[in-house]
Design a protein around this ligand. Structure first.
Ligand SMILES: Cc1cc2nc3c(=O)[nH]c(=O)nc-3n(C[C@H](O)[C@H](O)[C@H](O)COP(=O)(O)OP(=O)(O)OC[C@H]3O[C@@H](n4cnc5c(N)ncnc54)[C@H](O)[C@@H]3O)c2cc1C
Length: 516
């Protein structure tokens, strides 16, 4: 095992404490991970730490969409949509085609709904035009055509539907693959390591004091520049730098539900609820993902949860377009919530712009928050560019140019990987095609490393729970190569056990034993 696999936390702590870094990134959500990846590609010595697991907060609580953001047309932000589309298509074609997959979206148009067919038809046409019709042309279809795509669609009062193309992903898996890309590029990372204070030289922030949340060890990291990428905690860190720092952001809670699906869905539903808000019903991980809410939040970010009121609201709003038989509470396998970081200032949270905020503090710490998962590479590059051009150039002027399109690890056609996983074994001992597909679409060609583990120990090819496609080789790989240190890291973010409702006490106990 090498240090990069994260198996030896003490060794990583030792390296972090003993190196003078160019950049310390606090926060291993997708924003911090992206900046870390870009900075390492530019030749900087960079370290990234997270108080919990990588992508353990907002970045694993998204709607899992890699999208242009149809909603933003409503607020007139055409430039943002075009930029999002460009990134979406780059991710799906060059960067992570093994992890990001196309999905058709249907917008049902009901009698008395907030938008008419002409307006929505024009909207989806413009939306598809802004991605140069790369996913076909947005258009209006008949109720029958819509029902053929989504049999659970409510047909009473359905006048027509608009269709458009976007993409989806498993956000936690894309995040862990991006952490791996950053480490491959030379970064040093540690999860479950909380920044409890900032170090200063003169008045300038030049590092941080940390506490390992797993064993309580305290240590420090020194760096020429510190980046605060702590998402909902961004102002908490800014106040560590300057206790009088004014709030820079406000938070809005978004909750989601995952339900067992009664029948196959060939498309997702985007149902307008009012002028700004939509309700999504998205086929995801063989289940149905419903959401999301959008409500101002000013509690402790660590305490955010999907409440009973959120669950009722999500089911109620989904009921505008989804039949009751697909919305039974007994079918809920998981509920989760995350916090959108919105630029500070007055106004309704649902109508607020989802843009990235970069601020510089009195001690020279840079803070970044907000923006979309979809544009994470773009945000990472933008932040790196800002860091490179800071007054006084704390990072020097020796940043190398980064390549325009470095793929995520495991880049491969998921169809080809699934076929090879299946045909590589003799008939009779072949991998279940569903498991092969699951591995191919969550690991790309890294699935061959898992197949190797199974060859060495066939028991690792067994399913962790009989009702889901996750296998024991994934748990071993998560522990040894993907920095999984707690049961939740494995069941919630490296595999799909929790979202499928399969993280039973027995499963959790066996994984705990595996983690030692
Ligand atoms: C409900 C919802 C749905 C969304 N859906 C989509 C979508 O479908 N598509 C899309 O493109 N975007 C979506 N987004 C936006 C996207 O999820 C976010 O922009 C993105 O995840 C933000 O990532 P982040 O790294 O800034 O924050 P986070 O993921 O929250 O990361 C911040 C990290 O900082 C760490 N941290 C905090 N304090 C400390 C400390 N003291 N020391 C060390 N670490 C610390 C935390 O543990 C956390 O992991 C959605 C957002 C929400 C809330």
């Amino acid at each position: 095992m090498t240090l990069a696999t994260g198996t030896d936390r003490a060794e990583t702590r030792h390296e972090l404490a003993g190196t003078a870094y160019d950049l310390l990134v606090i926060g291993g959500g997708i924003l911090g991970t992206s900046v870390t990846w870009m900075a390492a590609q530019a030749g900087l010595r960079v370290a990234m730490v997270d108080a919990g697991d990588f992508a353990g907060a907002t970045s694993s609580a998204s709607s899992k969409l890699v999208h242009g953001g149809l909603r933003y047309l409503q607020t007139g932000n055409v430039r943002l949509v075009a930029e999002n589309h460009r990134e979406r298509r780059a991710l799906a074609s060059d960067i992570a085609p093994h992890l990001v997959k196309p999905l058709t979206f249907v917008v049902p148009i009901y009698k008395g709904g907030p938008h008419g067919a002409a307006k929505l038809g024009a909207g989806v046409f413009l939306y598809s035009a802004l991605s140069v019709f790369g996913d076909g042309m947005g258009r209006v279809i008949t109720p029958q055509q819509a029902l053929a795509k989504v049999p659970a669609l409510r047909s009473e009062g359905l006048r027509a539907a608009a269709v458009y193309g976007d993409h989806q992903m498993n956000d936690s898996r894309v995040a862990v693959m991006t952490v791996r890309a950053a480490v491959d590029a030379g970064a040093v990372v540690l999860n479950h390591a909380e920044v409890v204070g900032l170090r200063r030289t003169g008045g300038t922030v030049t590092g941080a004091d940390l506490r390992d949340r797993l064993d309580g060890t305290e240590f420090g990291v020194s760096a020429r520049l510190v980046l605060n990428a702590t998402g909902p905690w961004v102002d908490h860190l800014r106040r560590m730098e300057d206790p009088s720092a004014a709030p820079s952001i406000r938070l809005s809670k978004g909750a989601h539900l995952v339900l067992r699906r009664q029948e196959p869905w060939k498309a997702a539903l985007t149902t307008p609820i009012d002028k700004y808000r939509v309700s999504f019903a998205i086929p995801w991980e063989d289940h149905l993902l419903l959401g999301t809410t959008d409500e101002a939040y000013d509690g402790d970010p660590a305490a955010v949860r999907a409440t009973e009121a959120d669950i009722a609201q999500i089911l109620d709003e989904a009921g505008h377009s989804v039949r009751d038989s697909q919305l039974r509470r007994a079918d809920i396998t998981y509920a989760f919530a995350g916090l959108r970081v919105l630029p500070g200032g007055p106004g309704q949270v649902a109508a607020a712009k989802r843009e990235t905020v970069v601020t510089s503090g009195s001690g020279g710490m840079l803070s970044v928050a907000g923006g979309k998962w979809t544009t994470y590479r773009h945000i990472g590059r933008h932040v790196l560019d800002t860091l490179a051009h800071l007054p006084g150039q704390p990072l020097g002027d020796d940043l190398a140019d980064i390549l325009p399109a470095v793929p995520l690890p495991g880049l491969a056609s998921p169809d080809a990987v699934a076929m090879r996983l299946w045909t590589d074994r003799d008939p009779g001992t072949r991998m279940d095609p569903l498991v092969a597909r699951h591995l191919a679409t969550h690991y790309g060609s890294i699935a061959f490393d898992l197949a190797r583990l199974i060859r060495e120990d066939p028991a690792l090819g067994e399913r962790i729970h009989p009702d889901g496609p996750d296998i024991w080789a994934q748990a071993v790989y998560a522990r040894d190569r993907e920095w999984a240190a707690t049961v939740d890291d494995v069941v919630r973010r490296r595999t799909t056990l929790t979202v499928r409702g399969l993280d039973t006490p027995d499963v959790r106990a066996r994984i705990e034993k595996l983690l030692g």
